[in-house]
Design a protein around this ligand. Structure first.
Ligand code: SAH
Length: 379
């Protein structure tokens, strides 16, 4: 290669319309080139400058020479589940990687609309009428939830906005689908804590809405409970729906499971939720991972009812997805059902999330860049 190694690459993926316009005018090109570039990156999802045939050849050569690249991340590995879920290992130029999960059909819980959550259709992938992509926001995670495999990695670094959007573009390209014709939902529930990478996450949201063409109403972000950012998020003009990982029914319990509860306890967390400006018909989703004998009793469910009193809420119940080094076990179906019944009888919509891709380590809390899935338990 004859590229000059010490000149850093400039990735187009992650630049917004004004940044692309600035680049175009810097190289002395007419303004309409900006739209051609945005189309090529975000809508055609091309891999290289050379493929952008809407641009004249001399301009492509000059962009190459200036080390401008598209910045589409590489799909390094792909694991396909029996239920149609696909777990992608997506790599970046510095050698870091994250996981992104494709779920044909979604299950309503992930889609965030709740309407069909938990309906136990066992149909495999082919004739999906909507799909959900679960997107990562950081390499690893710093929050250290005791039941989550991603926590075992620690946090390596934040993803850039381009790397967050890039995951979506890489998966759309691989699946040969295009929003808005294809109904695509996004959940920011992969590796990492989106609200600890807030600015890059929000920039990625804007690009996904404005350039990739996925409506914000089709997006849900989940936070472990970074209280100040919940407040900031409420002020955003364009934002996904909000989900909060509750996971416990009292402070003592939550502190053991999620150490961040020492900083932002249930009182602070639920105060932020109560202050959160909801739109018409919007609800906050609370996720609750059920751990056998730890937080799954009827008494716990009754406490949750009290905690959520007065909130426009719905609850997604997730029976623990097991993994190596996780010291908890999965409750039985009866226990999950009893917990759900307590919430429902109190008028709180509660859905049991069907695990997706457990056989390939793609389910909630299982994203740890596991490559040796032949040795993983198939459940
Ligand atoms: N960091 C953010 C985004 C990740 S969302 C957050 O915590 O909300 C991932 C969801 O999976 C969270 O609700 C989390 O509580 C849940 N989860 C983590 N580990 C799990 C496991 N082993 N089984 C089931 N759900 C799990």
């Amino acid at each position: 290669m004859n590229a000059v190694p010490d000149v850093p690459q400039i990735a187009l993926m992650g630049l917004d319309a004004s940044e692309v316009s600035a680049l175009v005018s810097r190289v002395g090109e007419p303004a309409y080139r900006a739209q051609q570039i945005l189309d090529a990156v975000y809508r055609q999802r091309l891999d290289s400058i050379g493929e952008i045939t809407t641009l004249p050849q001399p301009l492509r050569a000059s962009l190459n020479q200036k080390r401008v690249v598209v910045g589409m991340p590489a799909i390094e590995r792909k694991f396909v589940s029996l239920d149609g879920t696909v777990r992608y290992l997506i790599g970046f130029p510095d050698g870091q990687s994250v996981e992104t999960v494709w779920m044909p059909e979604g299950d309503g819980g992930e889609a965030g609309d709740g309407s069909e959550a938990g309906d136990a259709t066992e149909e495999a992938a082919k004739n999906w009428d909507r799909a959900t992509i679960c997107v990562s926001s950081q390499v690893g995670c710093a929050v250290d939830c005791q039941f989550c495999l991603t926590a075992q990695l620690g946090v390596k670094r934040n993803l850039t906005a381009g790397e967050i959007v890039g995951q979506v573009c890489a998966v759309l390209k691989d699946q040969k689908v295009s929003p808005p014709q294809d109904r695509i939902n996004l959940v920011f529930m992969g590796m990492g804590e989106p609200f600890l990478n807030y600015d890059n996450f929000m920039k990625a949201v804007l690009l996904l809405v404005q350039e990739v063409g996925i409506a914000e109403s089709r997006m849900t972000v989940s936070t472990a409970g970074i209280v100040p950012r919940i407040h900031d998020f409420g002020l955003e003009q364009i934002r996904p729906k909000l989900a909060i990982s509750l996971n416990a029914s009292n402070d003592a319990q939550r502190e053991k499971l999620m150490p961040l509860n020492r900083k932002w306890d249930l009182e602070k967390l639920l105060a932020a939720a109560r202050d959160f400006p909801l739109r018409n018909r919007e609800r906050i989703t609370f996720e609750y991972v059920l751990l056998h004998g730890v937080n799954d009793s009827v008494g716990d469910a009754e406490n949750v009812v009290e905690l959520l009193r007065g909130l426009k809420a719905k609850v997604n119940l997730i029976a623990l997805n097991p993994g190596p080094g996780i010291e908890f076990s999965t409750p039985g179906e009866g226990q999950v059902h009893a917990f759900q019944q307590v919430l429902m009888r109190a008028g709180i919509p509660a859905f049991v999330r069907r695990p997706r891709g457990r056989d390939i380590y793609a389910a909630c809390g299982q994203l740890k860049r596991t490559v040796e899935i032949a040795t993983a338990p198939v459940r």
